[in-house]
Design a protein around this ligand. Structure first.
Ligand code: ATP
Length: 710
């Protein structure tokens, strides 16, 4: 790349260098060390990638990118082949035209020469326009030129004949080809200066990214004023470390009144002008501590969509035990940097359109919590689908569905959590400062006083908001959720909420603004994106509406007031999550930290003791929950809620027949609840069909092995 770039017909000049380091002193060799991480986009836990060594100023020779990069070489070859192909096809009709045009031009030239028109023009009297006595001079010249023409033709003819006889017939053939080619060249259409060889074949950005392209794109986006204002390159445009795109560092020109934030706001226009998708362009502001200022930007332009491709399997799949006090491996950004989320002292909100991977992404945090026996999971799944069913074997509290009963259980859970939060604050306040110096939970206090971390997870939150009929009830629930989000983290209670519908009703602003991490998978427009990520975020570049349907498991993660990153989350499917939950249960049993509803999980106890109990028995036990008796009219809808596909069509007769087949001996057909006798079932009859070893394997609720210290 030259030190000064100017291309005719494009206007403007990019002053390409000198490659001033973004950190003083000026004679340091490296450009921007550490690499330019931006405001606008900051990676929560990953280290920013350093600029490749090739961008160093002392680098004396820089080979063209197509020599060092296979991608660029391939794209250049592809482009050249397309151009050559088009030229070849076009030549079939353009070549004869050009030869005819060239012959006509040559003929006209010869005719004017042989008539000595050039001389005639020179000798003609300026006033009368007549040649006068000079006509004889002109005639003499014409005669001589005719002789020259004749001799040339004759000489050429003889030479061709001799050549044909002595060397072969290819001599006149070759002469003919040369003559035709010369006519073709003379008759070719003339291109305007700077026009491409073949119009319509655009050079891929992958093949070439010149300073002028950036200049044009920024000018089209209104960031450069006038033809002579231009960007200043602070690092050359080079291929990145992994040969996945181009990177550079630029300054907007002084005096233009435009800032790096303005440029980030124009990202879609710049991307379009560079002929790439918005998702392929990563622009970050370089902050002062990285050697930047308000006009400095780092740019990365990916060759292809960096978020499409095989998902990375979650690292949690192979982890035996996880420490939830540490950051959870979550996914990776466009450039392959790992992104981890430290949920401690934080809260999170997940939003986005259905089927884009919101639940799966959120479940990575849950899986990490499951693998730490010193976390106590409180979870509500508004849809009650299969995604979280496995969590029943480890969760302290688990509400599945949003029917009236579930809604009641959900609010009871919320109240219990708020009581627990208050209890924790009272306890922490009562501890001497030598034990609790910051008034916050520590791993030591957690174990000593039996205060496990509590991830409070709600998936499909909108289901609960829709299930409540009165607005005042909705507001009451929102108030409680906001209270947990505001105060919970300091007591080790970390709320993680998810909603499918990004509207004000499903994502109450009051709640969203308190939550620290916000993650959005694809949404329809910028307004919806802001609804999940926060007001003004789309304008600042954090825009989930630029994602497409193909971006499964990809979302924009806002980690603070001025920081965000687009992440492709790791994949953890349902069977893997099930295995993790089994592991989590075993860990809690070994540690004596299995508490709450998980203690009664009969399916998990059966797996543990090597039995397989019929599904209907497990599901009826789950439907019974803490009850000792149930009317059939309540039991049937509860079963439908657990698994609509299996129990949707069942009636009391079918239920009785299936339980009979599963070995249940019904000692009473009528059961009394609140003084009223109706057809129903007793828990002890159901338990009668379960092997005693399985029943014995159920841990006793609330019996931690580490008793609270006096
Ligand atoms: N990280 C990922 N990588 C690749 N594919 C994924 C990823 N996460 C999820 N998916 C795919 O996307 C599908 C939908 O995921 P998920 O159920 O989490 O969507 P959702 O947004 O929560 O939808 P809903 O709101 O309807 O529950 C999954 O079945 C899975 O196949």
């Amino acid at each position: 790349m030259s030190t000064e770039y100017a291309e005719p017909g494009r206007g403007g000049t990019v002053v390409a260098g000198p490659w001033t380091p973004t950190v003083e002193p000026a004679d340091t060799v490296e450009v921007a060390e550490p690499a330019p991480v931006a405001a606008g986009e900051v990676l929560p836990a990953a280290r920013p990638a350093p600029l490749p060594a090739r961008t160093r100023i002392a680098d004396p020779i820089r080979l063209p990118a197509w020599v060092t990069s296979r991608t660029v070489a391939r794209a250049t070859a592809r482009h050249s082949a397309r151009v050559a192909g088009r030229v070849a096809v076009r030549s079939t009709w353009r070549a004869p035209e050009a030869v005819a045009r060239g012959s006509w031009r040559a003929g006209r030239f010869w005719w004017s020469w042989v008539n000595a028109e050039d001389l005639a023009v020179e000798l003609r009297d300026a006033d009368s326009g007549k040649l006068g006595k000079d006509v004889f001079v002109v005639r003499d010249h014409r005669k001589v030129r005719w002789y020259i023409t004749g001799s040339a033709l004759g000489g050429t003819g003889i030479a061709e004949a001799i050549g044909a006889v002595m060397a072969g017939e290819w001599v006149p053939a070759l002469s003919g080809v040369v003559a035709i080619s010369a006519a073709g060249i003379a008759g070719r259409r003339r291109r305007a200066a700077g026009a491409p060889l073949v119009a319509g074949i655009e050079r891929e950005t992958k093949a070439d990214l010149a300073p002028a392209h950036l200049n044009d794109a920024f000018r089209a986006a209104g960031l450069l004023r006038g033809a002579d204002s231009s960007l200043v390159l602070r690092a050359p445009i080079v291929r990145d470390r992994l040969d996945r795109g181009w990177e550079t560092l630029i300054d907007l020109p002084r005096g233009g009144g435009k800032t790096a934030a303005d440029a980030i706001g124009k990202l879609p226009t710049i991307a379009a002008e560079l002929s790439v998708d918005e998702i392929q362009l990563v622009m970050r502001r370089v902050r002062a501590h990285e050697g930047g200022h308000g006009r400095r930007l780092s740019l990365w332009i990916a060759d292809d969509d960096p978020y499409i491709g095989k998902p990375t399997p979650s690292l949690l799949i192979d982890v035996e035990r996880f420490d939830f006090w540490k950051a959870v491996p979550f996914g990776q950004d466009a450039r392959g940097n790992r992104i981890d989320i430290l949920l401690l002292w934080q809260s999170a909100f997940f939003g986005g359109l259905p089927r884009r991977g919101k639940t799966f992404s959120m479940r990575l945090l849950v899986a990490a919590a499951v693998l730490d026996p010193w976390t106590q999971l409180w979870l509500a799944d508004g849809k009650g689908g299969a995604d979280f069913r496995a969590v029943a074997q480890v969760a302290h509290r688990y509400v599945s569905g949003a029917d009236p009963d579930d809604l009641e259980a959900f609010e009871a859970m919320l109240d219990a959590l708020i009581s627990e939060m208050s209890r924790r604050f009272a306890l922490l306040a009562s501890l001497p400062s030598s034990v609790c110096p910051e008034g916050k939970l520590t791993p030591q206090i957690m174990r000593r006083y039996n205060l496990p971390l509590i991830p409070f997870v709600i998936d499909e939150l909108q289901e609960y908001f829709e299930a409540v009929e009165e607005e005042k009830d909705r507001q009451r629930i929102i108030g409680k959720l906001a209270r947990v989000a505001r105060r919970g983290p300091a007591a080790g209670i970390m709320p993680v909420y998810a909603s499918q519908r990004p509207d004000a009703k499903s994502v109450p602003t009051k709640l969203r603004e308190i939550v620290t991490y916000r993650y959005s998978t694809q949404v329809t427009d910028k307004t919806s994106s802001d609804m999940v990520l926060g007001d003004g975020k789309a304008k600042a570049g954090a825009d989930a509406s630029i994602l497409s349907e193909e971006h499964k498991g990809v979302g924009v993660l806002v980690t603070g007031p001025a920081s965000f990153v687009t992440v492709k989350a790791d994949l953890l499917d349902n069977p893997e999550f099930e295995v993790i939950c089994q592991r989590g249960r075993a860990l809690r049993l070994a540690e004596g930290t299995l508490t709450g509803q998980a203690c009664g999980d009969i399916g998990a106890a059966a797996t543990q003791t090597g039995y397989t109990i019929p599904q209907i028995i497990g599901d009826v036990m789950e439907a019974f929950g803490q009850r000792s008796r149930m009317w059939t009219e309540d039991l049937l809808p509860a079963l439908v809620n657990i698994d609509e596909d299996t129990y949707g069509e069942w009636d009391s007769t079918k239920l009785a027949a299936e339980l009979d087949d599963a070995g249940v001996v019904r000692t009473m057909k009528q059961v009394k609840i609140n003084g009223e006798n109706r057809a129903g079932w007793l828990l002890r009859d159901i338990e009668g069909a379960i092997p005693p070893e399985v029943l014995a394997a159920r841990p006793v609720e609330g019996a931690p092995s580490t008793p609270p210290a006096g």
